[in-house]
Design a protein around this ligand. Sequence first.
Ligand SMILES: [Zn+2]
Length: 285
Amino acid sequence: MAQGTQKRNDIVRKERQRVLRKKRIRKRRLIKLCIYASMLLGVVLLIGGMSKMLVAQQLTEAKESEPGNVIVLDEEVLIKPTAEPEALVEDDLHPTVRPILVNKENPLPEDYEVELISLPDGRGKAAEEAYEPLCEMLHAGTEEGLQFLVCSSYRSKERQEELFDEDLKALLRNGYTYAEAYEEVAKETMPPGCSEHSTGLAFDIVALDYQMLDKGQEKTEENKWLRKHCAEYGFILRYPKDKEDITGISYESWHFRYVGKEVAEYIMEEGITLEEYLEKLDNTY
Ligand SMILES: [Zn+2]
């Protein structure tokens, strides 16, 4: 019995010693780990400090050596930007916005539909999307002491036909052949179905005290203001000077077309026509 107890005690003692040994080993490992971690931290701080000192020293040297405070640093010390500056892409073009093109080659689709709103003066109508921008633009100009008259806005195809025929007949009466008369009228009046006015997005705007659609219009303060500010409201000067070969229409300082602000700003800044804008869009996307 006593022998059995002795044996059990030995086993218990040995087990305790084993556990203690394990604990000691673990403790030693933990201490070692702490020491390594401290050493690593020290090295990191040391390197950081040295780099700062180096940069500061270089800055001082550069300041001293370069007159006019031009700071030159060694390339290695300079922190280089991680990315190249953003490349200038043609992101001012707006592929999702494609204003409708209506000209002699591109008549309005037969099924084209437009929601119209009567203008405040009750004498004309505008497409729903152009109504507010038009009112805002004219209001802003009026605040500057200007007085405008929208002398032409939405025009149905039928009305366009009447206008075209009236001009045609006048020339025919004056001895023009039909072909000559047609060509002449088409320089200033779009054939039926080819007028932007049938979209409700185009407006002829003149000065109240100068209502002539001629070269004198661009000299009015109203016209100067419109040409300068129209893009802010989404409008472009649709038939600019020296672009007759592209638009097929003589310079009209009074004809403004709504295309939306982004596109208008691009077109007016670049000094291009809607035709050129759309061509650019097709070539880019
Ligand atoms: Zn017009």
